[in-house]
Design a protein around this ligand. Structure first.
Ligand SMILES: [Zn+2]
Length: 353
């Protein structure tokens, strides 16, 4: 892209992965002076999460905590007795409320007696996840999936998955310190700007250090996979995909093309703008598939899932995400005026305008 007007940028904008291999279970990799990268295993197809440690005076600021299970605690303990022996965590920043990121916040805060920093929305969302599973909420979710044409068997599977997944956290610390979009935080010798964005989570925290061009992108921009962008029963008309695309557009205009991106999953990379374009194109491609499928006759979300996700056989965990993602695309297209909705027997049917 821009090859005529910006010949210098074109090769720099290509995706580059300086560390093609990731740290092993008992390893830590220094990706920049005073920036350590480690990864913890996850019991899903997405099988790991990245944690970053930022030198912070005598201590370290940890970014994200890992999933709340015994294996992650064992992995942290091995690292803290091995390559991280010298590390005292002075602050914990959690980027968002998903259990692979916030899961061990309670454990770390207790072990190091350190403060937890989160955006207000993500902290409250974590509290909300920890108290889920009431009968009223299950009924609301059932009704939501029914409106999208999902049958009862599938709905039961999806609900089983959700309860199990989102509650896998250690007890959330009862207090936190708020960080908000636009804040500046001094971490050791570096100054980081707090950027938040919606779409994958409600108000996910990213950190950008302009002097060293380091961008901790959390799950908003991942190196090789597309972050889940979903709509759930709690806010059935949410335009999460619109929010996500707006966040990507803002990142691409405010951040430089040659920042080192440190994502929540996958490997660090260069080529932020190229990656953002790929992610936006990927969603546009899905919208085109939906528009095409709803051209001749109206379709439900349940009927559209196999149109968009035809390549994969989905287990219930993935199916839950696929249904939520599909509805996110449909809601976005409704807002954009590309689809209209009609309820037939209480089930939404979509038609291309
Ligand atoms: Zn994640």
């Amino acid at each position: 892209m821009h090859s005529k007007t910006h010949p210098v940028h074109s090769s720099a904008e290509a995706l580059r992965y300086p560390w093609e291999s990731h740290p092993g279970e008992d390893q830590v990799v220094e990706v920049a002076p005073g920036v350590l990268w480690l990864r913890l295993k996850l019991p899903f197809r997405l099988n790991h999460v990245n944690i970053y440690l930022l030198a912070d005076g005598d201590g370290w600021t940890a970014v994200d905590s890992g999933f709340g299970n015994e294996e992650s605690i064992a992995a942290w303990t091995r690292l803290l007795e091995g390559p991280l022996q010298h590390v005292k965590i002075a602050r914990l920043i959690v980027t968002h409320s998903h259990p692979d990121h916030v899961g061990l916040a309670g454990w770390i805060v207790e072990r190091f007696n350190c403060p937890l920093l989160m955006s207000q929305v993500e902290y409250l969302q974590s509290v909300y996840h920890q108290n889920r599973g009431s009968e009223e909420r299950l009924n609301a979710q059932r009704q939501f999936f029914r409106r999208h044409g999902m049958d009862e068997t599938l709905t039961d599977k999806l609900l089983g998955r959700g309860q199990d997944y989102l509650k896998r956290v250690s007890i959330l610390p009862p207090s936190y310190r708020r960080i908000s979009h636009g804040d500046e935080i001094q971490i050791g010798s570096r100054r980081f700007k707090v950027i938040t964005g919606g779409g994958h989570a409600l108000d996910q925290v990213m950190l950008y250090c302009a002097s060293d061009k380091l961008f901790l992108s959390a799950d908003q921009v991942l190196s090789k996979i597309s972050p889940n962008v979903s709509v759930w029963a709690v806010e059935p008309d949410q335009n999460s995909l619109g929010e996500y695309l707006a966040s990507l557009a803002s990142l691409t205009t405010t951040l430089p093309y040659d920042a080192l991106v440190l994502p929540g999953h996958g490997v660090p990379f260069y080529g932020l703008k190229t990656r953002i374009k790929q992610l936006a194109d990927h969603h546009e491609e899905r919208c085109r598939m939906i528009a095409e499928a709803c051209l001749q006759e109206p379709k439900t979300s349940a009927q559209l899932v196999p149109v968009v996700f035809h390549k994969h056989a989905l287990d219930p965990h993935q199916m839950g995400f696929a249904a939520g993602e599909l509805i996110a695309h449909v809601n976005y297209m409704l807002v954009e005026g590309r689809l209209t909705a009609e309820a037939i027997d209480g089930v939404f049917h979509y038609r291309t305008t």
